[in-house]
Design a protein around this ligand. Structure first.
Ligand code: TTP
Ligand code: MG
Length: 204
């Protein structure tokens, strides 16, 4: 990446669901494990799709992790020996996660996080824009649109076989049962307020 860089920075792996974010996080963690780095991996307790105390990717790669409910819990585990802090699905933590990532990076820790950049509405996911702006390095992964098979940047939520309504709650843990990867054009959000009204009027 950078030559002669001092240790301590933030890397964010982002994109829609089914893009391989967790897979990429595990890959980076495993590479550092071979180098005998002292690594702490965290995940929000909210996401219990696969295993407790493990981060697991779709193709069943896994690494040990510590479940946390609040970002501030991270500080209880970090000590002078810690070189790397990794967090999967960071979008589910509270906003203090951003300050904690900054603090750790300022204190020489390599921070590797993965999280959704958008919610099912196609809008930025909570504090993710802030974290993306503060990061030294951003990897934006795409998935494949299930409808037209072009690169997918969005996550489609499906409820009872139909696209979920804009006003549904943001948090709904799930995988292929309730979500699909879609491109900008195939992504559907019934009830989404039109943002183009003014532009289209100006056109007339
Ligand atoms: P991810 O790890 O982003 O999904 P993934 O494992 O499919 O992707 P990747 O292969 O890139 O790691 O997990 C997203 C979680 O967030 C999942 O439990 C569904 C949930 N979710 C919401 O709660 N609200 C939303 O608006 C969206 C899009 C997802
Ligand atoms: Mg994942």
């Amino acid at each position: 990446m950078y030559l002669k860089q001092r240790e301590g920075w933030i890397e964010v792996i982002t994109g829609p669901m089914f893009a391989g974010k967790t897979e990429e996080l595990i890959r980076r963690v495993k590479r550092l494990e071979y180098a005998k780095q002292n690594i702490l991996v965290f995940k929000p307790t909210l996401d219990n799709r696969y295993a407790q105390n493990e981060v697991v990717s779709h193709n069943n790669n896994r690494t040990r992790s510590i479940n946390i409910r609040q970002a501030s819990e991270i500080m209880k585990y970090v000590d002078a020996e810690t070189n790397v802090v990794a967090i999967d699905e960071i979008q589910f933590l509270d906003e203090e996660a951003v300050e904690i990532c900054e603090y750790l990076a300022d204190h020489g820790i390599r921070v590797i996080v993965s999280g959704l950049d958008r919610n099912f509405r196609g809008e930025p996911f909570s504090f993710m824009p802030k974290l993306l702006a503060l990061a030294e390095d951003v990897t934006k992964l795409s998935a494949i649109c299930v409808v037209c098979h072009t690169p997918a940047t969005r996550t489609q939520r499906i409820v009872n076989g139909k696209p979920a309504n804009y006003h549904d709650p943001i948090i709904l843990v799930g995988a292929q049962d309730s979500y699909e990867a879609r491109c900008r054009h195939c992504h559907q959000v019934p009830g989404k307020p039109a943002v183009y009204d003014k532009l289209e009027k100006d056109d007339e």
